[in-house]
Design a protein around this ligand. Sequence first.
Ligand SMILES: Nc1ncnc2c1ncn2[C@@H]1O[C@H](COP(=O)(O)OP(=O)(O)OP(=O)(O)O)[C@@H](O)[C@H]1O
Ligand SMILES: [Mg+2]
Length: 115
Amino acid sequence: MRIETIRIRNFKALQDVQLEKLPPFCVFVGRNGSGKTTLFRVFGFLKNCLEHNVRTALNVEGGRNGFKEVVTRGHDHESIEMEIQFRMEIAGHNRLVTYLLEVAQDPKGSPIVSR
Ligand SMILES: Nc1ncnc2c1ncn2[C@@H]1O[C@H](COP(=O)(O)OP(=O)(O)OP(=O)(O)O)[C@@H](O)[C@H]1O
Ligand SMILES: [Mg+2]
């Protein structure tokens, strides 16, 4: 499996990030606090969503306050969005697969998968 694009919205320091045409070997350079570690936490977050559930994944990233800590500050009425496109062999063909997750809050403040 090879990831080709990553699109993130409202995940901590990553308010609106789109990485395209990712090469097989890729280095991320940026000043302190620019979001390098956060970018790699995207994969931990998705793993926890799939292995456990979205609430647990939010608590791992943001502690007890979950969504409120994880959503980008000042954007708490928006959803957290992650889209990953990767190449994968399916039924003998090399296909481009899109995985999309959108997490919002319901009116009671509970996290929900909105897409
Ligand atoms: N909910 C949030 N909204 C906006 N910014 C956030 C949020 N949560 C954390 N941050 C910010 O994210 C930054 C930390 O990002 P991260 O740890 O990914 O940076 P980094 O590039 O790995 O830095 P370093 O080089 O120091 O390791 C901090 O500036 C912190 O204030
Ligand atoms: Mg770091």
